[in-house]
Design a protein around this ligand. Structure first.
Ligand code: RIB
Ligand code: CA
Length: 322
């Protein structure tokens, strides 16, 4: 089967790191580059955390590009309360000496799209890099194959305000610019579906039993995140948003939804809200596909089977845990 070539734009971040593992261990994908954007953590920390995920996945050859260090107009507000000071659960792993780190995330996106017609982008953070790339060369995006964004919320409450999801709240101007100028359908994997993807204590205990470097890394980086979820939302376990965007890109049957016109609110009490015009009040052309349903079990089995390929028999035997 021909691999799908993807650029992953992200702000690692605990769930971004899990999403990178999933993408790097999926034979359906060829990750041709990872572009880092400010969001969960400042961009330089994001680069460090991406390198750690690449080391765990034995994929340090994949280039990591430094991207925008602040949103288009807002000042950067990070989520280090959620992801830890270091952005990966305060494991403080230390610097990765190897790795293929380069400047120029925006130029990499533009140049890659200009010279290839089979590239997709999976965006797991604020859309600042993507907005800057479109501003740099909108034409190049005519070659873009597909675009999936973890972000937004349709009918479910936000996680940064009653209505706003973090990625679109951090840089609402960037998000809205992308929704208005990408000229490709944005598959919006929002909180409506990602909130249903929970690493429960049972699943974390199962992962711990697999006892390899991937399992240790996952258990270590999610510990802080589990505490945050209990203290903040009274959830036992932790919601892992970003891996669902990768899983959906690989297998569209995992989620379902509808086509719509969507805008992002720039400021005021609803700043960052994704306004999804499902009833077509504005009469504008659909620019997005809004995911509202998800097969959680199908996701979790894919996630675990791809990360622990040699444990497939165990996973089949413990399906009820999942
Ligand atoms: O709102 C959740 C999203 O914001 C996830 O992508 C998380 O990593 C943060 O970037
Ligand atoms: Ca993210």
């Amino acid at each position: 089967m021909e691999k799908k070539k993807v650029i992953i734009d992200c702000d690692p971040g605990i769930d971004d790191s899990l999403a990178l593992l999933l993408a790097l261990k999926s034979e359906e994908l060829e990750v041709i580059g990872i572009t880092i954007v400010c969001g969960n953590v400042p961009v330089d920390l994001g680069v460090e955390n991406a390198l750690k995920a690449l080391e765990i996945a034995d994929a340090l050859h994949v280039p990591v590009y430094l991207g925008e260090n602040k949103p288009l107009k807002r000042e950067l507000v990070t989520a280090q309360d959620t992801h830890g000071e270091d952005g990966v659960g305060e494991c403080f792993f230390g610097k990765i000496k190897d790795g293929n780190v380069r400047d120029g995330a925006v130029d990499f996106i533009v140049d890659t799209l200009k010279n290839n017609k089979d590239i997709s982008i999976i965006a797991l953070g604020p859309l600042t890099n993507i907005a800057k790339a479109i501003m740099t060369d909108k034409e190049a995006f005519n070659n873009l194959s597909e675009f999936v964004s973890m972000g937004g919320a349709f009918r479910i409450h936000g996680n940064c305000s009653p209505v706003a999801e973090f990625n679109y709240w951090v840089d609402p101007h960037g998000a809205d610019y992308v929704f208005k100028n990408l000229n490709k359908k944005i598959h919006m994997v929002g909180l409506d579906v990602t909130r249903k993807i929970v690493l429960t204590p049972n699943i974390i205990e199962l992962i711990k039993r697999f006892n390899d470097n991937v399992s240790k890394y996952i258990v270590d980086i999610t510990r802080f995140y589990v505490d945050f979820h209990w203290n903040q939302e009274g959830i036992i376990g932790c919601v892992i948003n970003d891996p669902l965007a990768v899983a959906y890109f690989i297998d569209r049957s995992i989620c379902s939804g509808f086509s719509s016109y969507t805008e992002i609110v720039h400021d005021g009490i609803a700043m960052g809200q994704s306004i999804v015009d499902k009833e077509k009040f504005y009469g504008k052309e659909d620019n997005s596909y809004i995911l509202t349903e998800v097969d959680e079990k199908k996701f979790m089995l894919m996630f675990l089977e791809k990360l622990f390929k040699d444990k497939k028999n165990i996973l089949k035997a413990v399906k009820e845990v999942i």
